[in-house]
Design a protein. Sequence first.
Length: 251
Amino acid sequence: MPITTIAFDGDDTLWHHENFMEEAQDDFHNLMNSIGSYPDARKHLEDKHIADLTLWGYGVRSLVLSMIEVSINMTGGMITGDKMKEIMEIGKKLYMHPITLLEHVAETIIHLHNRYQLVLITKGDLIAQEMKISKSGLSKYFDGIEIVTEKNVETYQKILGRYKINPAEMIMVGNSIRSDILPALKIGAQAIHIPYHTSWQFEVAEVAETDKNKFVVLPSMKSVPELLERLEKSGEKKLSDICQESCDLRF
Ligand SMILES: [Mg+2]
């Protein structure tokens, strides 16, 4: 079945994100250690953020809420209003950072948008994601933009149902094995994994042996159009078949 739709993840696939989140966590760690000796501050923050994802959701706001709670817990309620204000500033800085597209993203999206239906599927808090999409300058190239609270099988099925896309016609491109690759494979779509140089521990997931040959790993967005052209010319083959035959695309 010919591919009609390419879906892209946003954070760390189209634009840099995790490096800013890590910087904010470092800022929090330093802030806590300007108050006292809290060598585990960063670790506590990471754990709390993940533990409360189902309550606060993903993204900047949930990280700030976790910073507030961890700072109260770690200081036994003694954190001052001034320090609390500094935590809010760390969060505001995260919202204000410039959007930098990853290498080869702009030309690839522009190249593909006349050839395929492009859908952006991104998770995180709504305001932060809307700001990023707007600042990216890419929204006009997408036929659909979906900001979701979770990226799992149900989410992808709902989106594909709404767009009337057969999963076999779609390729998902993203940096997260857990959120982009595994659920896409599970619904019967194909997937291209483009790892980002750093991963949030929550997004790291084991890939079962049986799934390892079902998706393609590329070092950047640069090779995506070439791979898609080869797929089109190959007839009924899948991306993973092409890559297994001649994996010079894994450069
Ligand atoms: Mg991502």
